[in-house]
Write a protein that binds this ligand. Structure first.
Ligand code: GDP
Length: 295
């Protein structure tokens, strides 16, 4: 989802970037040799590391081993392969789950490594934290510019719309459209519906990446959020209205809530000049439109 959005955005840029994109089909990021070869062959000025094994609360919580191992391997291979590149700018994508569970909201970059992680996605978070530390070492030791962007919960076209393994927006869209097709009278929202989440439309993240490439953003950690939060119940009601599903919404308490609240403080990047543009209503409309046409 992120990679395709970034390629769309940069292809439209007036800067005429020469873009080389790689997908799972042409780059085996579990192999250091392959990763190094593909990077050295292209001698890039900028590398955007959007590669990751991602999933929602259920996938993170039940495939814990795969989430930590696969993400560690991807990040180690990409970042180690950059050691010998001169004048390289690395844009490394992380996640808001790197921050401690007890961080004060809105969560500031200063909270990094200040406490214990939220347990449902701690293996994934540790792999992302390791990438930030490798990036910091590359910056301090080899002088590479490493900008770590920590987006809040993302959604949009090309997301994973799996019923079980996706994040909440694609998961709700998929399961509720099934419920509508099957004329189900009841729809189960996972958990209590009370957790608050902040969402960012993926094309807004792509714009922040273009902004980082074009501007003199220094190495370090930057939160990338919209600043708007909503309860999972209110989110489900918005999706219900857009899908025109007539059944009742209820709650499945056998599923975890995860973090009660994770709103990012994006003042650092906002002050440099980037702000998100797409409202949740508009972003949901575009995402559901894409889902109906493509899934
Ligand atoms: P998180 O932000 O890392 O917790 O990951 P998710 O996006 O998967 O879940 C966010 C919240 O939405 C959690 O409290 C879930 O229990 C809740 N939720 C409600 N319904 C769903 C659903 O259909 N799929 C997912 N993934 N989460 C859901």
């Amino acid at each position: 989802m992120v990679g395709s959005s970034v390629v769309r955005r940069l292809s439209k840029s007036e800067s005429n970037f020469n873009i080389t994109s790689s997908t799972r089909d042409d780059a085996d990021l579990f192999s250091y040799e392959d990763t190094r070869n593909i990077i050295l062959k292209n001698t890039p000025d900028v590398i955007i590391n959007a590669a990751a094994k991602v999933g929602g609360i259920h996938a993170n919580n039940t495939k814990r081993t795969e989430f930590i191992l696969e993400n560690l391997k991807i990040n180690m291979n990409i970042l180690e392969a950059c050691i010998d590149l001169n004048e390289i700018k690395i844009i490394n994508l992380g996640s808001s789950c790197i921050y401690p569970l007890n961080s004060k909201n809105p969560i500031n970059e200063e909270d990094f490594m200040e406490g214990k992680l939220e347990p449902t996605n701690s293996p994934y978070a540790v792999a992302k934290i390791a990438a930030i530390e490798i990036g910091k070492s590359l910056n301090e030791q080899y002088g590479h510019t490493v900008v770590n962007l920590m987006p809040t919960n993302l959604y949009g076209p090309n997301d994973n719309f799996s019923r079980e393994d996706s994040h909440v927006i694609p998961g709700l869209i998929r399961r509720m459209s099934d419920a509508k097709k099957e004329s189900k009278k009841e729809f189960n929202i996972w958990g209590s519906g009370k957790p608050l989440r902040e969402f960012l439309y993926v094309d807004d993240l792509a714009e922040s990446i273009e902004f980082v490439i074009e501007s003199n953003v220094e190495s370090g950690l930057y939160n990338i959020g919209s600043g708007d939060e909503i309860t999972i119940f209110d989110l489900a009601k918005k999706i219900q209205s857009l899908l025109d599903y007539k059944g009742n919404l209820s709650f499945d308490s056998s599923k975890p809530d995860g973090n009660p609240r994770k709103l990012l403080d994006s003042k650092k990047i906002n002050d440099l000049g980037w702000k998100s543009r797409t409202s949740l209503d508009k972003g949901l409309e575009k995402t559901i439109d894409w889902f109906i046409k493509n899934i």
